[in-house]
Design a protein around this ligand. Structure first.
Ligand SMILES: C[S@@+](CC[C@H](N)C(=O)[O-])C[C@H]1O[C@@H](n2cnc3c(N)ncnc32)[C@H](O)[C@@H]1O
Length: 268
């Protein structure tokens, strides 16, 4: 009986030790993650781009994306089926290793696809070549699309990639370019990351601190609430702010799938 209770307490001690260690490690992990969150108030937009470009085009990321050859979810698939109804000219921006470009070229669209990562584009080209698909690729920043006005019937930007653009005025610049390369009446399916709470909520603790810091050099004066380092550098939107950006670039919002992180825009 005595041995049984000694054994019981040893076992209990081990369980307790494990729980305490896990709690301490979780706190240490949180503290370690806190440091990288400050990157958005330290780096200016070009520095954010410089880091993000290297990170996206890293060999391991390219390899991960080169394995993707299905729709990510039902929303992407159903939007494409609903809106890309004819075999027109499609521009797929931030195409990565070619997932959606390949899928859509297989369905008969005439696809042009761009990404700022040479590694991503090389991989996308290899996959298109092997599949025998005539996709035109270009290494291009979303801020400088190398196409003439009114070239495309459709634009596609998936996988929250609109949220990788900083700050607001540069997002508007991108939207205006996108608008100019689209034909009148054409459709733009666009994906973004949503802030928790959806519509405008109070600023969080870090956001309030960052807004204060952003008034002083050498901090990032263009920091905006919603800019975050969260695995990758991402802007998380409130719905009214996002709708305003689309409208400022003269787009009509045809479909608003806020919960799914997608909108469908039309160039009038
Ligand atoms: C989440 S991945 C999506 C890739 C692909 N659309 C997919 O869903 O498989 C985001 C892509 O956006 C690209 N990207 C991010 N910022 C960009 C920019 N400013 N100009 C061009 N491409 C950009 C990255 O290189 C990366 O390939």
């Amino acid at each position: 009986m005595r041995w049984m209770s000694v054994r019981y307490f040893i076992g209990y001690g081990l369980v307790l030790l494990s729980r305490i260690s896990k709690a301490v490690l979780a706190k240490a992990f949180e503290a370690a993650a806190l440091a990288e969150k400050f990157s958005v108030i330290i780096w200016t937009a070009p520095e954010i781009d410089r880091y993000a470009k290297g990170d996206w085009d890293h060999r391991s990321t390219v390899q991960t994306y080169s394995q993707l050859d299905q729709w990510l979810d039902e929303t992407e698939k159903s939007l494409v089926e609903k809106y890309f109804t004819k075999r027109g000219e499609l521009l797929n921006v931030a195409c990565g290793a070619g997932r959606e470009a390949l899928l859509l070229a297989r369905q008969g669209l005439r696809v042009t696809a761009t990404d700022w990562g040479p590694g991503m584009i090389t991989e996308a080209q290899r996959r298109a070549r092997e599949a025998g698909l005539p996709i035109r690729f270009a290494v291009a920043d979303m801020f400088s699309l190398p196409y003439r006005e009114q070239t495309f019937d459709y634009l596609l930007l998936t996988n929250i990639s609109y949220s990788y653009l900083f700050p607001r005025w540069r997002r508007i610049r991108f939207l205006r370019q996108a608008h100019s390369v689209q034909k009148p009446g054409s459709i733009f399916i666009i994906s973004f990351a949503r802030a928790r709470g959806g519509s405008k909520a109070r600023l969080g603790l870090l956001e309030t601190l960052f807004m204060k810091l952003s008034r002083w050099p050498p901090f990032n004066r263009e920091y905006e609430p919603g800019d975050q380092f969260s695995g990758s550098l991402t802007h998380f939107f409130h719905s009214e702010d996002l709708a305003q950006e689309f409208q400022e670039a003269q787009f009509l919002i045809k479909d608003w799938l806020w919960d799914k992180g997608y909108a469908v825009l039309v160039k009038l």
